[in-house]
Design a protein around this ligand. Structure first.
Ligand code: CA
Ligand code: CA
Length: 212
């Protein structure tokens, strides 16, 4: 009996380890690793990212525990583990890797939760091999709008349709502007979750069919 319990425990632990490595949580695919980053990549406090802090941009979002999309709600549980760039330093970039590929599904395919200044701009590219890149969009801050409004997080979504049809194992954010108001900080990278409306529609269909 004790052996059985031990085996079960091992099974549960290894399943947990596997899921944390794969970062596939509730059907959403979160970035698993930081492939590379430029020299000035840092958090809000100006601490430079290193091998021990790459988790800032990996796994599930931790910048909005309260669900109000405000950055810096530390008192309410926001951890705000983020990494990005401030006003200075051109040519900054971060590349994150996925163990499970992001694909072109119906609708949006990639969501990046981030905060940026009103003059920030970045291009977003994906790659299958970390060598050949395809630009799938950009993020541009706008004064007093989101993104670009101080303190507000934003979910930037991207659709691969017509742009990239392979397996995306890498996502790159690349800085396009420098100077005051051009800072950007990234919280998380993930596949777009199946919309709740789709689930509701699905349920409705099931109910309708039952009535017939
Ligand atoms: Ca798509
Ligand atoms: Ca984070």
């Amino acid at each position: 009996m004790k052996n059985l319990q031990k085996s079960l425990m091992l099974l549960v632990v290894s399943a947990l380890v596997a899921s944390s490595q794969a970062a596939l949580i509730d059907g959403q695919n979160w970035a698993d690793s930081v492939t590379s980053y430029a020299s000035q990549i840092q958090n809000y406090d100006g601490i430079f990212m290193d091998s021990t802090t790459e988790f800032w941009v990996l796994g599930q979002s931790d910048a909005d525990q309260t669900g109000n999309m405000h950055a810096w709600d530390f008192d309410n549980g926001d951890l705000d583990y983020v990494a990005g760039w401030r006003g200075g330093s051109a040519n900054q970039e971060i590349v994150v890797g996925f163990n499970t590929a992001l694909e072109d599904v119906v609708g949006d395919d990639l969501v990046i939760r981030m905060y940026c200044g009103s003059k920030a701009q970045a291009t977003i590219s994906v790659s299958q091999d970390n060598l050949s890149w395809t630009q799938i969009g950009n993020i541009t801050g706008v004064s007093m709008q989101i993104p670009g409004k101080p303190g507000f997080l934003y979910d930037a979504v991207f659709d691969f349709a017509g742009l990239f049809s392979g397996d995306a194992y890498y996502v790159k954010v690349y800085r396009e502007t420098t100077g005051s108001g051009s800072g950007m900080f990234f919280d998380s990278f993930a596949s777009v979750p199946e919309p709740a409306t789709m689930v509701i529609l699905g349920l409705g269909t099931v109910l309708l069919r039952r009535k017939k």
